[in-house]
Ligand binder design. Sequence first.
Ligand code: HEM
Length: 583
Amino acid sequence: MSTDHMFSAKLPTDTCEYVPIMRRSGLGKKYRKMLENYQRKFDEFMHDLIEESRRTESGSASSPDQSKTIIQSLLSLQEADSEFYTLFPNICTYSAVFRLRNKLICFPAYTRSPFKSERNTVVNSVVDPKESTEWRHHAGNDLSSFVGVRKALIVTSPSAVEECFTKNDIIFANRPRSLSSKHFSYNYTTISVAPYGDHWRNLRRLAALEIFSPARIAVFIGTRKTELMLLLRELMHKCNEGGGSTKVDLKSKFVELAFNILSMTMAGKRYYGESVADAEEARKARFFIREMLENSGRSNLGDYLPFLRWVDFKGLEKRFTTLMQRLDKFMQDMVDERKQLLAAGSNGSATMIDHLLSLQENEHEYYSDELIKGIIMVLLIAGTDTLSISLEWAMALLLNQPEAIKKIKAEIDAHVPEDGLLEEQDLPNLTYLQNVIKETLRLYPPVPLLIPHEASEDCTVAGYHVSKGTMLLVNLWAIHRDPKLWEDPTKFIPERHQERRDDGFTMLPFGAGRRGCPGAGIGTRVLGFVLGTLVQVFEWERPSEEMVDLTEGRGFSIPKVEPLEAICRPRQAILQQHSLVPP
Ligand code: HEM
């Protein structure tokens, strides 16, 4: 069979599928035989192609990655991960070849095994932002591809991103559906996954006015300060016990701090630290929180290969259902507790839930308990993960570059009164600190592919025709490290942001357009406040002479592989001036 014939062959429809009685006529058998024959020839063809690539590869062992063919690259992936590439050899190779033939720029359908790590998400195992950066060198800029059977557009150039989020912004304001979004979104009604339309617009309006407006952010300034003070006091105490300094597991501390800030804002409760009200309840909650953070970004191979949905591949569906039932109960308890406190005469609107409950009084149908739970759940998840991961990366980068810590200290000492601790209101004056945060978000954007978008209509991007239903992945990792856009792109240089007035679409850690992050303002504020205060109050050092290992792991938000630890010691000047007793 010639390849041309093979690709253009149209298989006749199996009449027996529609008229079962014809199966008896032997027609079905004939059809099956024909399919088997076709499959065998196709396999032979693929086998030859792969063998030929293998031979060429071994003949030119030194060939650099960029000059490899797609099959050769897939073969090297197979070497690293034979389990996965033996299970799905054909899916990988077929998708590559079909796309070659269609003259679409190629991208491997599966670049990593989703089986290996519990922390993997399919989006990352399928389209790893770092790997698609590698492939971009191989294939050109923006990639139109398939992720399994899903059409995907992987964008890595600022001009294409601009097209997506300006002229095509409404078209891409949809989100694709996935197993995890189905289970963790009260049937696709939460702000982060609801389809573009009236309900989502209402949620965004509500969030802009009632949650993220400057007035609401100001209301909770005291809550954020109290939580940070509790952490400072804990560290001070440990330093005292440790004879002046202590080693801190910063990864855990940042997750705890971020979650406490958010849960205090939402529900007036904290779940970590010595000041929790109910230790047993907090212990259970911490278990859910960990599960929630680990699973919320996880998706399912069945999202990309529908036949796997039938077998509940890896038991994820069952796991998501159980987890969501427990989460729902956790959220409902939070809401009920606030209702009881309000009924007992506690001061209303003191927390975000109180505020949403007061809206419920007037519009009971719309502001249902389910809507309130959905809002709270998304904010807790979206906020905790992004804030804690960014803080961890920022501290890791600073520990490797102590001069930057010195510069932050000098700036704070110059702008904050000697006898005072940094306040959120000081942040606009601390430009170097802000540049450190910017540079951290450039190098390690916590949502490196954004949340996937989906085209609701046909459109064009970078000259490609993009059809309705295509999933859009914006590869921030590639854009933020593009040597054409950034000098020494992998180096941590906060100063580079001093002169840059407008990053346009060359840097967008919060996304852009209608679906961009509504928490950007509060997010940068919390990062600046926490980072600045930690540097103002303590001297920080690496636990050993060795540089902090900056290897990135995989997951929805590119976590640091090695949890960050550091030594802290209170600064003498601070010890003399502050009691660090929470207000
Ligand atoms: C360093 C901090 C943060 C970063 C870098 C960040 C980044 C992002 C990104 C990239 C998106 C997806 C945008 C897109 O798909 O185009 C997003 C969405 C979102 N973020 Fe954030 N975020 C941060 C903090 C927060 C915080 C603190 C909250 C809330 C407390 C929050 C709430 C949300 C919500 C609700 C969405 C979904 C918006 C929608 O689909 O309409 N984020 N964020």
